[in-house]
Design a protein. Structure first.
Length: 278
């Protein structure tokens, strides 16, 4: 029988731990504030931003909300980021992605002060992860490491395969698994004989961005499978990059969608905000 890795429960545990710490630190006069910027009113972004603000309120972090119009220019957004960079009351800055097409996302991310970049997307933080020094780490992969550790999944010495090499999931995921002494392989759209590689995985992390792409033919018997994907299926039901029904019986542990990786991303954003204020 396989274990369902309960991301909702683990995320709640982390939020409770943070809430207690924040309350204690506030008594010592410390202050926590996250600035959240949304440009335009993409419905999915509005849901994510709303959830982030709710999590801040729960933990005791103040949130400053900036809702800018879809027509905002790159210069206007850069000016706001600059203002927040030098505002001592603000510990963390989050610009919700994607941004409208007139704005260069890379330019905006690089404009955020690295010590306020709670998403961990700035090149300085990515570089720090690469060389093993202190810095902010992208929340989704950071959350996956917590899911594995708190579910007592050993990473050290294990064959870890990551499908996907995006800057926000696949690449930092591979670096974090390496930091935990896993033996790491990264697959992508040009990988040949991908099943031969994924069938070697003790831990398979799927961030391919394609609904129910991974079935049991990709998975070694008894592997741990982490599904990063979020999609709507033909019946408008949430599903992941993994075909859960087909894959789960062949695993020792697996994350569901919803209730797996998703809740961890917000919990780790809160973790990053709190680290920043310390
Ligand atoms: P992405 O930027 O689209 O990257 C997808 C990766 O998959 C790319 O590296 C791509 O390879 C690779 N790929 C595509 N087709 C492939 C194939 N047939 N075989 C092997 N590799 C293939 O996506 P992302 O931002 O990393 O996100 C991945 C998924 O996670 C999405 O469903 C996204 O919605 C979800 N997500 C969830 C959370 C959460 O909090 N739960 C957070 C972030 C993302 P190339 O590089 O060669 O193109």
């Amino acid at each position: 029988m396989y274990q369902i890795i309960d991301g909702k429960k683990i995320a709640q545990e982390i939020k409770e731990e943070l809430r207690e710490k924040v309350a204690a630190w506030k008594e010592q006069g410390k202050h926590f504030c996250l600035a959240v910027i949304q440009v335009g009113n993409d419905p999915a972004s509005s849901v994510y931003v709303g959830n982030k603000k709710k999590a801040c309120a729960y933990i005791g972090i103040d949130s400053l909300s900036y809702e800018l119009s879809e027509e905002t220019s790159q210069q206007e957004l850069l000016e706001l980021v600059e203002k927040l960079n030098v505002d001592d009351k603000v510990n963390g800055i989050l610009v919700q992605l994607p941004l409208p097409k007139q704005i260069d996302e890379h330019k905006i991310i690089q404009a955020i002060a690295p010590d306020k970049d709670v998403d961990g997307f700035h090149e300085k933080n990515v570089g720090a992860l690469c060389v093993g020094s202190k810095g902010y780490v992208s929340c989704t992969p950071l959350g996956i490491i917590q899911l594995l550790k708190r579910s007592k999944v050993e990473i050290e010495g294990k064959n870890c395969v990551v499908i996907g090499r995006s800057n926000i999931v696949g690449k930092p995921m591979a670096l974090l698994l390496l930091r935990e002494n896993g033996t790491v392989t990264v697959c992508h759209s040009r990988t040949q004989n991908i099943k031969e590689i994924t069938k070697q995985a003790d831990i398979l992390i799927v961030a391919v961005g394609k609904p129910q792409f991974i079935d049991d033919s990709y998975v070694k018997e008894g592997a741990v499978v982490i599904d990063v994907g979020i999609h709507r299926d033909a019946n408008n039901k949430l599903c992941g990059d993994v075909d859960f029904e087909k894959v789960a019986p062949h695993t020792s542990a697996i994350t569901p969608v919803p209730g797996g990786v998703g809740p961890m991303t917000i919990a780790m954003l809160m973790y990053n905000c709190v680290q920043n204020a310390m």
